[in-house]
Design a protein around this ligand. Sequence first.
Ligand SMILES: Cc1ncc(COP(=O)(O)O)c(C=O)c1O
Length: 485
Amino acid sequence: MSKHDLLPDISKPGKIGYSLPELDVPPSELPPENLLRKELELPEVSECELVRYFTALSKMNYGVDTGFYPLGSCTMKYNPKWHEDIPRLPGFASVHPLQPEETVQGALRLMFEVQEYLAEITGMDAVNVIPMAGAHGELASQLMMKAYHQERGDRDRRKVLLTDSSHGTNPATSSMCGFEIGIISTDSEGNVDMKSLNTLMNDKVAALTLTLPTTLGLFDPHITEISELVHERGGLLWCDGANLNSLIGYVKFGDLGFDCVTVNLHKTFSTPHGGGGPGAGPVCTKQKLVEFLPAPLVTKECGRYKLVAPAKSIGRIGGFYGNFGVLAKAYAYIRSLGAEGLKQVAQDAVLNANYIKEKLKAHYHLPYDRTCMHEVVFSHKRQAAKGVHAMDIAKRLLDYGLHPSTVHFPLIVDGALMIEPTETESKATLDEFIQAMIEIAKEAETNPDILHSAPHNTPVRRLDSARAARQPDLRWEISETKIEQ
Ligand SMILES: Cc1ncc(COP(=O)(O)O)c(C=O)c1O
């Protein structure tokens, strides 16, 4: 499918999209010949056509501001609009990253206070807010844990253990840091299989990396036992805290025995994200890892804010002050909700996910039938018996005007449908989604073909998703011939 199937080719020679008065000054010289692109055929359209073209394109976009977005693991909550105003305040927006510290005290104070709030929320001793994504925070954490063992002369600890339900960034990060990987199984209840952990945990293990709540949307009740086992053998316990939304205000990672945690500000703390950014993945750590934190940290001495490098820092892992705008929005979010408001976030996120679980479990297979946290994971098992798979269900949701859930993740659930409603959705919206899912389950019984050929009502039909990711068509081109050239 080309863009010409979406919109007619509106460019015609001689059409013009502007009207300027007669030139009454000497024309300025064109840039040198070698800088002019003669082959660049710009579309010739009227202003009105141009505006309609882009407005039509913008209406094809779907986002959390247009509708329900239950993309499991991504926490696509609604983000209050006024938080966008905070990083735009002139005192923040006009700051240059190379300005002397004395002239950016306000920005440093904001960073310092975000560090303090996150330390309190996670139950850790110190926080670095520079990493610019969850995966970036994972990288910083694993480099710190490596440095910690090396500093102690414990150089044989070359292995990182992780669970088979981990997010893909976890093993990728361990690999990038030069660790071998050991994979722990999940038991029939959806928890860490303690037998598997006992077999793999030894004095060659640098760390166990665990997601809590897990990507199955479950809280692992063995966490204290796990923490004791890892620490007894000299290992460190790191948490992928991307799912903090369900624990915030109630549970502190530090109290559970974790040595270090990365949290995703763009998820829990209100930054519109998707398509790769923007984000922030602060690293929050217990005392034993503080001196290895990345630089810079913000400290406060005699009422002044300063940028410092911890004694044995792994060094800089990003430019300047990280994604400052995301930090400013997180600050606004924390300050505006307050302690009670943040607890309410967790309550409502968990309530919404459990509501969906209870309403849909009669229609979809629920591999782990227990109280869930922020998200619920179903499988396509019942529908697969009729030849309908997770992807067909996801594509059919588009016909109902809803964004699909995550599919095929976590990998340990065959045909996973991972639904994360978040706390910002009303009961009416949840009911609309539940109804659509029930209709789809009925269609799988009575008319599976309508699911195989879905979506039917969208500007483009089912795409080759691998090709769409590898060869995205993002530019307006005047002709197909040009594309081939
Ligand atoms: C559980 C989990 N861990 C890690 C990540 C990685 O975070 P980021 O996309 O910010 O790198 C994600 C992102 O979706 C996630 O869901």
